[in-house]
Design a protein around this ligand. Structure first.
Ligand code: DOR
Ligand code: ZN
Ligand code: ZN
Length: 408
């Protein structure tokens, strides 16, 4: 049993102070004051001045293992997640040998189960010829979703088959798309529209990392017709642009203009954008310094601190921050464990302290060891992350408890 004393928890758009008992993985009691009798057993954590939020669930992470584990592996990546206040990550399939079938899913599942510090989900990649296998072989049940690459990025698994792009919508798992361009976006939307006419029901279509005002405008209209389209944005596209970023080069989609940053914030505000995915895509500093570097930025350790900066600057409300970092993600992937800090909801939570901090001041946990936000100031710092009611991270120390695949 863990007892949190005098912790600030979110209610509507502000904070209230409560005592909380965490037991058997859930918030078993939340009240204004918990009496002495209850305090007798278990650990008591004095939380004066600390904030408690449902942990971040990151639906877009490139762990890299197996195949590219010199860049990142399940140990370093999931510890980076905990330090950033995340209790679950969903891993993308563009490994050295792409995850496209039962064998590659099983192989990655075993590594994740044995090494991960956080709960997880795994994606399978659509190829030009595995759509029938995905639909019929039970693969769907082993993954949190299906990933489509409409253009080349790390790992070349671009899908061109019209048959695959239509029939992947004849199953129930969310379909995530790296569109590559506005043309790619329009192509997948048209395929989704055809699928809606042809099949009796269609899954969620999830557009990854929108980066421009044009994409937001297109998707705002399409969501009026298909409200179950979900739209993701990555922190680097919200905070960085071609003018203000001078760090290690290259990410896909590329950084755009300040005007695009503003259009993305507006998209969050009017609910065109539903959720944050970091697109944590680690590559080594050595690789990034090459003339033609691989695309990708690490993002797991910085997403929540940056979003709390936005909260402090009143760019977003507390309700919005929680909606895009956990509530919508849980609903979309059907993680039925309660969406807030409420009695009987699952205690996947993060304690946050207030102060003056700088990104990278104590180094990085990610194996790639850098951040595009290095040196940025922030004021809200995750100090403790719980997974299923167990402390997995506390002020620089990590504890591995049993973890699970959230989507099977
Ligand atoms: O910059 C990117 N890096 N964008 C992607 O879509 C893929 C990712 C990676 O896997 O490195
Ligand atoms: Zn992508
Ligand atoms: Zn990605």
């Amino acid at each position: 049993m863990i007892i949190l004393k005098k912790v600030l928890i979110p209610r509507e758009n502000s904070w209230i102070r409560r005592d909380i008992i965490i037991e058997n993985g859930v918030y078993s009691k939340i009240s204004e004051s918990i009496d002495e009798y209850d305090l007798k057993n278990g650990r008591v954590i004095q939380c004066e001045g600390l904030y408690l939020i449902p942990s971040f669930i990151d639906p877009h992470v490139h762990v890299r293992e197996p195949g590219y584990d010199y860049k990142e592996d399940w140990d370093t990546c999931t510890r980076a997640a905990l330090k950033g206040g995340a209790s679950a990550i969903f891993d993308m399939p563009n490994n050295k040998i792409p995850v496209t079938d039962k064998k590659t899913i099983k192989e990655k599942g075993e590594i994740a189960f044995n090494k991960s510090y956080v709960n997880y989900g795994l994606y399978v990649a659509l190829t030009d010829d595995n759509v029938d296998e995905i639909r019929k072989s039970g693969i769907q049940k082993a993954v949190c979703g299906i990933k489509i690459y409409m253009s080349k990025t790390t790992g070349d698994i671009t899908v061109r088959s019209e048959y695959a792009l239509l029939n992947i919508f004849n199953q129930t798992r969310p379909v995530l798309v790296h569109t590559g361009s506005v043309d790619g976006l329009l192509k997948i939307l048209s395929s989704y529209e055809k699928a809606a006419k042809k099949f009796s029901s269609i899954p969620v279509l999830y557009i990854c990392h929108v980066s421009t005002g044009d994409e937001v405008s297109i998707l705002r209209k399409w969501k009026e017709i298909f409200p179950w389209i979900h739209v993701e944005v990555s922190p680097h596209h919200l905070f960085l642009n071609k003018e203000n970023y001078k760090g290690l080069k290259r990410v896909l989609p590329p950084l755009c203009s300040k005007k695009d940053n503003e259009a993305l914030w507006k998209g969050i505000d009017d609910k065109t954008i539903d959720l944050i995915g970091t697109d944590h895509a680690p590559h080594t500093v050595e690789e990034k310094k090459k003339e033609d570097p691989p695309a990708g930025f690490p993002g797991l350790e910085t997403a929540l601190p940056l979003l709390f900066n936005a909260l402090k600057e009143e760019r977003i409300t507390l309700g919005t921050l929680l909606r895009i970092t956990s509530v919508n993600t849980k609903t979309l992937f059907r993680i039925r464990k309660g969406t807030g800090v409420q009695e009987n909801a699952c205690a996947d939570c993060t304690l946050i302290e207030e102060g003056e901090f700088f990104i990278g001041q104590n180094g990085y946990i990610t194996k790639c060891g850098w951040s595009p936000f290095h040196g940025w100031k922030y004021t809200f710092n995750p100090v403790l992350t719980m997974v299923d009611g167990f402390i997995a991270y506390e002020r620089g120390r990590f504890f591995r408890n049993p973890v699970k695949n959230l989507c099977i």
